[in-house]
Design a protein around this ligand. Structure first.
Ligand SMILES: Cc1cc2nc3c(=O)[nH]c(=O)nc-3n(C[C@H](O)[C@H](O)[C@H](O)COP(=O)(O)OP(=O)(O)OC[C@H]3O[C@@H](n4cnc5c(N)ncnc54)[C@H](O)[C@@H]3O)c2cc1C
Length: 391
């Protein structure tokens, strides 16, 4: 490169790491700022339950999983999508990946430690300067052009371009302070709200005594947002699990406790024997229900319904549940809300601040679990590294 530029990337999550990587490969002098004492804290948390890095859905279907401008997602994913990200992890970071159930990609190690370690080494080899324990509090147009970055008590340097990748609002003990930095410059922001989070359910005491911690396995959840198969876990306050995260809003949802059987097949099985068995015993014997499903039918069904085979069969296929409020941001996998799209141009640059860009969960988009969150951050980080222009 003829004239490398000084570029600051703020935030070391997947969006920031990918932006720093692409810009360093392009030959720029990149400084990566992170307020914590280590890189990528949220990737470590995400890896706690198996680091699901992406999804094998075709791009069209993939892009439909996001809120926000459809054309942005299509372009961004087409330029650096799941296949590119998987190849990057395998070839550039030297880590194996595999395709698990429900079309989800995982790293072989399942946790984030090796991915972060290898990526840090690669960035250092590419000449990226990493400054930990350094929180950016403000940015201001510099007298000589470019942007001054302000830390807690000092100016941290002047940069030709700045990329913010500050993350969302979930899992943080205190609400992130950075939205104020943008609000002070007149930019609009949708408040963070819990997303991909558990929901509260008013369980009867007897139910909880039997079922707390038990799985409701292999169900199909029907909600106003659509249908999602998977497992749920009964907790003291309600329910956790992918189908509930997908449902996403309070109100009535329905569980199909036997999605692989039709309503007629369920009824046939309940009617299978002439033995003098109660409908509940029949359900237990001929439908192999998981412990949580059994407890639901046993404790949360009107006694008359439980005495009639046809009614019980209908309930097994369409069990109503009232979801109360979502669990708080502190417990949520991700957040909806963030810096609004109207502040950005198609390259993810702030229209009010030339050569200041934003990427990742700090922006006002949302997506379900299944690898869509990390993939979006990666694709946006990469997008900026390719579209940042000094023209
Ligand atoms: C329990 C849990 C499980 C998850 N599992 C998955 C999963 O399996 N698959 C998936 O796709 N997604 C998962 N996610 C979501 C995923 O981790 C996030 O969507 C992703 O990390 C967001 O990336 P990001 O780069 O936008 O921000 P982050 O990863 O949040 O990184 C932002 C960084 O910026 C730093 N920062 C913030 N403000 C400043 C400042 N002013 N100055 C300097 N640094 C600053 C922060 O310390 C942070 O390190 C999970 C999340 C949680 C909580």
């Amino acid at each position: 490169m003829k004239s490398p530029r000084r570029i600051a990337v703020i935030g070391s999550g997947p969006a920031g790491l990918m932006a720093a990587d692409g810009l360093a490969v392009a030959g720029h002098a990149v400084t990566l700022f992170e307020k914590r004492k280590g890189l990528s804290w949220k990737l470590y948390i995400a890896g706690g339950s198996g680091l699901n890095i992406s999804n094998s859905l075709p791009l069209d279907a993939f892009a439909r999983h996001y809120t926000g401008p459809d054309d942005h997602w299509r372009a961004c994913l087409a330029e650096f999508g799941p296949k590119d990200w998987i190849a990057f992890i395998e070839e550039k970071l030297g880590i194996g990946t595999f395709l698990g159930t429900s079309q989800r990609y995982f790293v072989e190690t399942m946790h984030a430690a090796l991915l972060v370690r290898n990526w840090k080494k690669r960035l250092e080899d590419l000449g990226v300067s990493i400054r930990l324990n350094t929180e950016i509090k403000d940015f201001q147009a510099a007298d000589q052009g470019g942007w001054d970055l302000i830390g807690t008590s000092e100016k941290l340097g002047t940069f030709d371009a700045v990329i913010f990748a500050l993350g969302g609002g979930s899992y943080e003990k205190d609400a992130p302070a950075w939205p104020l930095m943008f609000a002070a410059k007149g930019m609009s922001f949708t408040p963070f709200a819990p997303s991909n989070t558990g929901f509260e359910v008013k369980w009867p005491e007897a139910f909880l005594k039997e079922a707390e911690g038990q799985p409701i396995k292999n169900i199909l959840l029907q909600s106003p947002r659509g249908e999602r198969k998977g497992d749920l876990v009964i907790t003291e306050y309600g329910l956790e699990g992918t189908p509930i995260y997908f449902a996403g809003v309070s109100g009535v949802v329905h569980l199909d406790l036997k999605p692989d059987l039709t309503a007629e097949q369920v009824l046939e099985r309940l009617q299978k024997t002439r033995e003098n068995l109660s409908p509940m015993r029949r359900a237990q014997k001929f439908l192999q229900l998981s412990p949580g499903s059994k407890a639901l039918l046993f404790h949360m069904t009107e006694p008359e319904a439980a005495r009639d085979l046809a009614t019980l069969a209908r309930l097994i296929k369409h069990f109503p549940l009232q979801l109360e409020q979502p669990r708080p941001l502190l417990e949520s996998i991700s957040s909806s809300g963030g810096l609004r799209w109207e502040n950005l141009d198609a390259n993810l640059m702030l229209t009010a601040c030339p050569r200041v860009y934003c990427a990742g969960e700090m922006l006002d988009w949302d997506a379900p679990t299944g690898g869509f969150l990390i993939q979006a951050c990666i694709s946006q980080g990469h997008w900026i590294s390719q579209h940042l222009s000094f023209g």
